[in-house]
Design a protein around this ligand. Structure first.
Ligand SMILES: [Fe+2]
Length: 308
């Protein structure tokens, strides 16, 4: 028997959920130096993964998901960025455009590590979808993802946003986000807002990553994520964490930014989007899974996400 925990996982995430955390830690250990340290960018990614797992659990619980689905959300949050580790080790960058699609790479990695056996045939397609597409924009997500698969993907995207919002604002407060150029070398640590970025934010409620020039542009883009939450509970958690007020404190004061924050704070709450969760509880592992993509429009709030 292999010593690799991935090879000894039970066939269901329900019976031994702790094995996934053991596998994840074991996997991350491959990137540690002899003294046990990770490169700072990967330490950040490791801690981000743990927080996204916790946020996914919290959002799922607040949204009323049943316990098995809450545990699935937590597990998926833990591994959503697993593709980041080899990406950084191999390329020294988190910029997907210049390296690889870390969502797709993460899914492939999990398959190669035997994780489908851990989740089982009923749940693995949902996890694979959430990992593979958590970082995609609308145009790049296949049509027809709905039901519990869409719910899980939307929730992981929400948990990811929640943590990156808080992480960025803490980094700005700590040292002006000095780590940002290491992750996105084309962005200057400058507090000016590029006029085109603000125009995009106000007219389209989103900002293209490639148009960012400054730290404040990055913060404006993060502000627009308030429009994108798939779950009311996630948006509420962002409110409770003071994300809007903290963004206001670190962005310049201007009428245009005032309009942006007005639009954010008055935009409609998202639905809870949990319609398919309960029916998925009834699934027989040997039956065709009803949560496989159908030929219907994707109903997720999906925008391109920056390296994180
Ligand atoms: Fe990611």
């Amino acid at each position: 028997m292999s010593n690799d925990p991935a090879r000894t996982l039970k066939p269901t995430v329900e019976q031994a959920p702790h094995l996934l955390r053991e596998w994840f830690d074991h996997y991350v250990d491959r990137f540690r130096a002899p003294d046990g340290s990770l490169p700072p960018a990967l330490e950040l990614k490791y801690r981000h993964s743990l927080r996204v797992a916790a946020d996914a659990r919290a959002v799922a619980k607040a949204a009323g998901w049943p316990s098995p689905r809450i545990r699935l959300a937590e597990a998926c949050g833990l591994v959503h960025d697993v593709g980041r580790f080899a990406q950084y080790a191999d390329h020294g960058s988190f910029n997907d455009a210049d390296t690889l699609d870390h969502g797709a790479a993460g899914r492939k990695l999990l398959e190669n590590e035997g994780l489908p056996e851990h989740f089982g045939p009923a749940l693995w397609p949902q996890v694979a979808c959430a990992v593979a597409y958590h970082n995609r924009g609308t145009a790049d997500i296949p049509p027809g993802i709905d039901g519990p698969t869409a719910d899980l993907l939307g929730l992981i995207r929400d948990a990811d946003k929640l943590d990156i919002m808080d992480l960025v604002l803490r980094s700005v407060a700590r040292d002006g986000f000095s780590d940002l150029p290491d992750m996105l070398p084309h962005i200057r640590l400058d507090r000016a807002v590029t006029p085109d970025v603000l125009t995009q934010a106000l007219s389209t409620r989103s900002v293209a990553i490639g148009t960012l020039h400054t730290l404040s542009d990055f913060l404006v883009m993060i502000a627009t994520w308030f429009h994108d939450f798939n779950n009311r509970a996630a948006r509420q958690m962002a409110v409770e964490r003071g994300i809007v007020q903290r963004l206001r404190q670190v962005l310049p004061d201007s009428p245009a930014l005032g309009r942006l924050f007005q639009a954010i704070t008055t935009s409609a709450d998202p639905p809870d989007g949990m319609q398919g969760a309960a029916e998925c509880e009834q699934d027989d592992d040997n039956a065709p899974h009803p949560c496989t993509p159908k030929e219907t429009a994707c109903r997720l709030n999906t925008r391109p996400m920056p390296p994180r």
